[in-house]
Design a protein around this ligand. Structure first.
Ligand SMILES: Cc1cc2nc3c(=O)[nH]c(=O)nc-3n(C[C@H](O)[C@H](O)[C@H](O)COP(=O)(O)OP(=O)(O)OC[C@H]3O[C@@H](n4cnc5c(N)ncnc54)[C@H](O)[C@@H]3O)c2cc1C
Length: 861
């Protein structure tokens, strides 16, 4: 399949870039016996560490971890001198690696790849460079880095300055001496924050122009950390494996402590410990929920602001340095050495561009709206056109001349961040949609390079020569990348992760935030499932296992993982009373749900006995519409507490009084006790609407799971009895039938909390087999004409999905106004996990909006 290097201009693989990624690619490809050439715009290896030679340039991942791990012998031969190595040391390391594996002979330096075109006729790429190379190859790999295209300053007059100008990302090799000079630094991202203290040491006068203050923590640099070195020495393989299976690419303890769970002293102690560690992943993980929960995030952010105020003497300067416009972590936080202290120096001044923006750069310096700054040198620390910039800088065309820039005009579209439909045999190392810049990139790069080279070897070994993702797989991955970002606070920030630093760049979240561990698992699963989502073709024919590798919502997956790790006994193995006690114990640990104006417990007459109810009143002035709510629990479990957070959520979102009714349970009271109680409760609530603070004639019924079952039954009974008037029914993952053979039972009958065997247990407790086809047990089998409008919610990974869908379809067929919401990536229980499963919130927003709209609709007679 793969060509041998028959002539100079034909190789198996063209690699673009000779940084961490390109170098390892060459080493691996050679190991596979493939011919490869790498083109590198610089005149030496190193990538990031070749170009970024500004003062203070260092890594911000401990160097024990920010290094190759593919060869244990290599690790023995290199010793890092510091916890965070300097640019010269990292560059020396990459040069050492290059020489150790004799990689230079496959690299053409000072050569920029300008264009690459796929030829459908030959199934090869043609790659052109600025030095006239015209190379044909089977595989084309962009190892061009995420942060290799510096963003040029977009300030009026930038070219007119007569003094020296520097871009941190293109720093002169001979270094710069600022001694005695008046210097301006524009930009306070990572590069600015690293370089400012050192420039201040030399400059006679330093003016720092800051648009957005960044959170920075002291690096506490020094010798390589003892604890990590010890762990590595004791068991290198375990250490490296732990890094690969970690969230960020560094072995770190992950906390399950949320801010809400921690008393003040614990919060403070956790924060101080992270602060003094000088490690990004520690400060990003003070609380389990700080990346997703605004309140939790603010606690950490405020503690950092306290630290800034404690260091910086001038209160106005301190205030200007305190970030307030973004959540901590939603822009890349920095590690510094004496950054904030620098602003106490008499010759250093901060200009807050939020208050006094730069108007232009002149021949002599910088002009702001209220001052003029004459300087000898300007340092632009203005960042990068990240992730897509270096890819778009090459004119890449795939099938039928499709341009990558065009295909990605509205944002990148990749499968696994590695490949893209329309671009066969094309790979991006750390591309958009992969963990890349959110991770220890050394670990991510190794994983990408190994995946790509393994894929190429697989093709060769199996008699294929072309690999391309399918549209289904790619769309699914894009959705998953978006789902992962959506549950975090990240999309709220104007960050370069979101493309916000480059005018006109699409605002999407570029990297994959699901974690190095989950990402690696997805990549491995793709391979294990026969290159799921890829079409492989060649002399051996064509193979395609189409599909989506991650369909479940990421936070739902976490809950499932957690539940699996607890190894809990199945509920159906317990007597009902024990199962109830167990559920109460589990429920006690949940967040409480939103605050409501009032909660009142009372009793109402049921079909046979009085029933406890709990009324939730929304914070707005009444009277309100009323919702009679019936909890889930398979007619056996559940009570007023079990669905309390959900009831609060529905109450606030619907702006309605919710009356949650604790109907009788099986096995003590079997079929049709629960259904009869639901109907009786609806009658009583309707009759007492005014006393309850409700609007007469504005009653809806709602229920989840078995509660949805009896809500549906009560609605049918109300229609048959000529009242009470019900304006709408909300059926959340309802039981509508007793047929347990539907496809969703086959697909989702195990592993998603509500199992088929648990449903069988519920039915056995509730109803005799002969009763299960009764309409009061299986409302799907009833007459559905003349029913009030319904909001039916089904979840992808619910055994009950298909009977919910069947009910929605049957209602529609019977002429009922139905809004069917399909909760993508959710399980039977996940939508009800208020403030735990964040991805459930938009679904609840949608379903409550639909329900709310029914209250305004004309009342059915
Ligand atoms: C200042 C700075 C500090 C960083 N610190 C860390 C850190 O502490 N930890 C971490 O994980 N990551 C860090 N990063 C991210 C860093 O980019 C990666 O860790 C890693 O170095 C990327 O390696 P790479 O080979 O993928 O890309 P790069 O190192 O960016 O190399 C890409 C190479 O491709 C070349 N190239 C691009 N386009 C072309 C073309 N068309 N033709 C020919 N050649 C081309 C470039 O010249 C460059 O040499 C940092 C980045 C910066 C800018």
């Amino acid at each position: 399949m793969v060509d041998q290097a028959s002539e100079q201009q034909t190789v198996d693989v063209v690699v673009v870039g000779a940084g961490f990624s390109g170098l390892y690619l060459l080493q691996r490809l050679r190991g596979l016996g493939l011919s490869a050439v790498a083109f590198e715009a610089a005149d030496d290896v190193g990538g990031t560490w070749y170009w970024n030679r500004y003062p203070g340039a260092r890594c911000d991942i401990p160097t024990t971890d920010y290094a190759y791990s593919f060869d244990p012998a290599l690790e023995q031969e290199w010793t890092w001198s510091e916890k965070y190595a300097t640019q010269p040391e990292i560059l020396a390391y990459l040069q050492f690696v290059t020489d150790r594996y004799d990689l230079r002979r496959d690299i053409r330096f000072s050569t920029r790849v300008e264009a690459a075109k796929w030829d459908d006729a030959t199934s090869r790429w043609r790659v052109r460079t600025d030095r006239g190379d015209d190379v044909e190859c089977r595989f084309f790999v962009m190892a061009t880095g995420c942060l290799s295209l510096p963003k040029k300053p977009d300030i009026e007059g930038a070219d007119s300055f007569a003094g020296e100008t520097y871009l941190t990302g293109l720093w002169p090799h001979e270094g710069v001496d600022f001694t005695g000079k008046r210097v301006a630094v524009i930009g306070t991202g990572s590069s600015g924050i690293q370089s400012i203290p050192l420039i201040a040491e030399q400059a006679a006068q330093l003016t720092v122009f800051q648009r957005t203050p960044n959170f920075s923590i002291p690096a506490g640099n020094g010798p390589a950390p003892e604890d990590r070195l010890k762990e590595l020495a004791a068991d290198r393989d375990t250490y490296r494996e732990a890094a690969k299976r970690s969230r960020g690419g560094i072995p770190n303890e992950v906390t399950e402590i949320t801010a809400a769970m921690a008393p003040d002293d614990v919060r403070r102690q956790r924060f101080e410990s992270a602060w003094s560690s000088g490690e990004l992943f520690q400060i990003l993980g003070v609380f389990a929920d700080q990346g997703v929960n605004p309140e939790s995030n603010q606690i950490v952010a405020e503690m950092i602001r306290e630290k800034i105020r404690a260091v910086v003497h001038d209160p106005d300067t301190a205030d200007a340095l305190c970030p307030k416009d973004h959540y901590f972590g939603t822009k890349r936080p920095c590690l510094d050495t004496n950054y904030y202290q620098t602003f106490n120096l008499p010759h250093v001044r901060l200009v807050d561009l939020r208050k006094t923006p730069i108007t232009r750069i002149t021949e002599t310096g910088v002009e702001s709206t209220d001052d003029t700054f004459d300087v000898d040198a300007i340092v632009f620390a203005t960042g990068f056109d990240a992730m897509t910039g270096p890819l778009f800088a090459v004119d890449i065309h795939g099938h039928d001349g499709l341009a990558l820039r065009e295909k990605w005009a509205d944002g990148p579209s990749t499968y696994l961040g590695l490949t893209s439909v329309g671009f066969p045999n094309f790979f991006t190392i750390t591309g958009p949609g992969s963990p890349s810049v959110l991770s220890n990139m050394a670990v991510s790069i190794e994983q990408h390079v190994e995946w790509v080279t393994d894929a190429i070897a697989h093709l060769r070994d199996q008699g294929y020569d072309v690999i391309e993702p399918t549209p289904t797989a790619e769309a699914g991955w894009n959705q998953h990348v978006d789902d992962c970002a959506s549950i975090t606070l990240h999309p709220t920030a104007n960050s370069w992760y979101m493309g916000a630093n480059v005018p006109g760049k699409p605002r999407v979240f570029y990297p994959y935030i699901g974690g190095v561990d989950s990402y690696r698992a997805a990549c491995e699963e793709v391979v294990d499932r026969g290159y799921l989502g890829f079409t492989l073709s060649g002399p051996a024919g064509t193979q395609c296992n189409d599909g989506v590798v991650r369909r479940i919502q990421p936070d739902v997956a976490l809950v499932l993982e957690l539940m699996a790790s607890l190894n809990l006994p199945p509920l159906e193995s317990m007597p009902a009373t024990d199962a109830r006690a167990f559920m109460s114990m589990m429920g006690a640990q949940r967040p409480p749900g939103p605050a409501v104006a009032e909660v009142v417990d009372g009793e109402l007459p049921g079909a046979a006995t009085s029933l406890p109810y709990r009324l939730y009143r929304p914070p707005t002035p009444g009277p309100h519409p009323v919702i009679a709510y019936f909890h889930g629990g398979g007619w056996v479990l559940g009570d007023l507490d079990s669905d309390d957070p959900l009831c609060r959520d529905i109450c606030v979102r619907c702006d309605a009084v919710v009356v949650s009714v604790n109907y009788r349970h099986a096995p003590e009271d079997r079929f049709p006790a629960a259904a009869d109680d639901a109907f009786a409760a609806a009658q009583w609530i309707a009759a007492n609407a005014t006393e309850l603070g409700g609007i007469p004639g504005q009653l809806a019924v709602a229920g989840w799971s078995a509660g949805g079952n009896i809500a549906a039954v009560a609605t049918q009974l109300a229609r048959d009895a000529g009242g009470p008037e019900i304006v709408g029914q909300l059926l959340l993952c309802p039981v509508t039938d007793s047929d347990l053979s539907r496809t969703s039972y086959v697909e989702n009958g195990e592993n998603y909390i509500l199992t088929k065997s648990l449903m069988e247990w519920f039915w056995d407790h509730y109803a005799d087999p002969a009763d299960r086809t009764e309409v009061k047990a299986a409302p799907l089998r009833g007459d559905l004409t003349g029913l009030p409008p319904a909001v039916v919610v089904t979840a992808d990974f619910d055994p009950l999905r298909d009977e919910g869908t069947a009910y929605a379809d049957a209602l529609a067929a019977a002429g009922v106004d139905v809004r069917h919401i399909r909760a993508r990536g959710h399980t039977h229980t996940s939508l009800t996990m208020v403030d735990v499963v964040i991805s459930g919130a938009p679904v609840r927003a949608e379903l409550t909006q639909e329900l709310r709209s029914l209250f305004r609709a004309p009342v059915l007679s």
